[in-house]
Write a protein that binds this ligand. Structure first.
Ligand SMILES: Cc1cc2nc3c(=O)[nH]c(=O)nc-3n(C[C@H](O)[C@H](O)[C@H](O)COP(=O)(O)OP(=O)(O)OC[C@H]3O[C@@H](n4cnc5c(N)ncnc54)[C@H](O)[C@@H]3O)c2cc1C
Length: 444
């Protein structure tokens, strides 16, 4: 085993040992069981997705139960609990009880991922996370707007979130590990925004129109974040939004009024075959300017894998994403090394629930003699809670991505998280199926 792999294994084992035991969270263990069941049965999985999809549109519990019974008809081998559910769905009182249970189930699942209906309602959870050693990035649910009014409302909600969070974060206790790295202070308030929610005109065939429309809403948000000392992070969506998003961020951050702030960031998706070239472009941009503070790059694998593959196949194109999971994992490690080696031109945030991917980043950072505080690790609320606790306990900086909004707005998000969590290839799936730590840390 090479020295690099040895160090990585040590770091990965320590992180794994610091994970809180799931038995201490009975509700989560129950959720995990449901997820495991869904990952083993494709039809059950499909029924689950369709149920989650239809819940916000249902007018009554009876309505919801009818849908559930209909979807479950298509599941050939039903577990016992589902058999019982099907039997009660034949009577009106049975349907309403089943509907209530289904609605509670979907709500429970959503609450695992969504921290509150509004930024104000989320303040308790966000403040508790901070006290326990976890910073956050708030994401206001709602994507792909179709009208100008919707885009205006989303921008207004973002502005309000910046105000509400800034007012509250001032009274949080000091947490030095979360508040500075060698490039300087790190804002306590961090908001993630989606360009497709800032304009209804985002079309890959006319990127300029979407860019200009989104710029009209993003510019005031950048000003607000600068004045409040907050960080604004621009999420990355499916490939057809990539060009608009990158050009928009480069163009706005180059404007002289933003030369000294706010702190801002973008996302790089390692599942894209040409993500190496995108990193070249990012680093070129970061090297050319004199902007302070440095751009934060959040490295992810990418959340739209199914969408990209289906879309490419429909057109007879080669998918723009790797088709073998290990290729995405290997590329993630290569991009991690390149990003870490590119500091201080950029700040680096490694976002993953894969202990191997995270341990690789920590080990490479240490092997090159850099300080732990110059690396940020990020997890999603609901999927990476235990991991977040373990990272914080190891003295490393961790940030949880915390969606805020109502159930209807959260459905697209929830479905993506379910797809991810129940996919056979996913790290979390492997972990839930009981893979050993040696298997989990094996090179991809
Ligand atoms: C804090 C945070 C912020 C995020 N922000 C964004 C964002 O802005 N934009 C975005 O797109 N995603 C974002 N994500 C989601 C991220 O892209 C991943 O979907 C998610 O983290 C799962 O990857 P993993 O490394 O945790 O798990 P792993 O199980 O190690 O990896 C799963 C990932 O591997 C890839 N994959 C799966 N199957 C295959 C296959 N057959 N061939 C090739 N690759 C495959 C997919 O990208 C899949 O999501 C974010 C994640 C976190 C933690």
């Amino acid at each position: 085993m090479s020295r690099g792999e040895e160090l990585l294994t040590r770091v990965g084992r320590d992180l794994h040992a610091a994970l809180p035991r799931p038995l201490r969270h009975p509700v989560k263990a129950l959720d995990a069981k449901g997820m495991e069941l869904a990952s083993r049965d494709a039809e059950l999985r499909a029924a689950l997705f369709r149920l989650v999809d239809v819940t916000p549109a249902c007018r009554s519990l009876d309505d919801l139960a009818r849908h559930l019974a209909e979807y479950l008809e298509e599941v050939e081998e039903r577990p016992q609990a589902l058999q019982a559910a099907m039997r009660v769905a034949h009577t009106a009182p049975g349907r309403s009880a089943l509907g209530a249970a289904a609605a509670t189930g979907v709500r429970h699942m959503a609450h695992r991922f969504i921290v509150g209906e509004s930024p104000r309602a989320a303040l308790g959870v966000l403040g508790d996370l901070w006290k326990q050693g976890t910073a956050c990035s708030v994401d206001l649910l709602g994507e792909a707007t179709v009208t100008r009014d919707e885009a205006d409302r989303y921008a207004a909600r973002c502005a309000e979130a910046l105000d509400v969070l800034s007012a509250a974060a001032g009274s949080w206790p000091p947490r030095p590990a979360l508040e500075a790295d060698s490039a300087g202070p790190l804002p306590r308030v961090n908001l993630s925004v989606k360009v497709s929610a800032l304009t209804p005109l985002m079309r890959p065939d006319a990127p300029r129109v979407g860019r200009e429309d989104a710029a009209g809403r993003l510019r005031p948000l950048l000003r607000r974040a600068r004045d409040l000392g907050a960080h604004l992070h621009i999420d990355m969506e499916s490939l057809d939004a990539l060009e608009t998003t990158m050009e928009l961020v480069f163009e706005l951050l180059d404007e002289s009024e933003f030369s000294e702030g706010p702190s801002a960031g973008v996302v790089l998706q390692a599942y894209l075959r040409d993500s190496g070239q995108q990193l070249d472009r990012l680093l070129e941009w970061a090297s050319a300017g004199t902007r302070e503070p440095p751009l934060t790059v959040r490295l992810v694998k990418g959340a739209y894998w199914d969408h990209e593959v289906v879309e490419a196949r429909q057109h007879g194109w080669v998918p723009p994403v790797f088709e073998v999971k290990a290729e995405s994992d290997r590329n993630f490690e290569e991009l991690t090394r390149r990003l870490l080696d590119a500091r201080p031109r950029v700040r680096v945030a490694i976002a993953s629930h894969n202990i191997r991917s995270l341990a690789h980043a920590i080990a490479h950072n240490r092997a090159t003699g850099e300080d732990d505080r110059d690396l940020e690790l990020q997890v999603l609320r609901g999927l990476g809670d235990e991991l977040g606790v373990a990272i914080a306990a190891s003295g490393l900086r961790v940030r949880a991505y915390c969606p805020v909004g109502d159930l209807v707005a959260g459905m697209a998000y929830l479905v993506r998280r379910l797809l991810e969590n129940t996919s056979n290839d996913s790290f979390l799936g492997e972990q839930q199926r009981g893979a050993s730590i040696d298997e989990l840390l094996a090179p991809p």
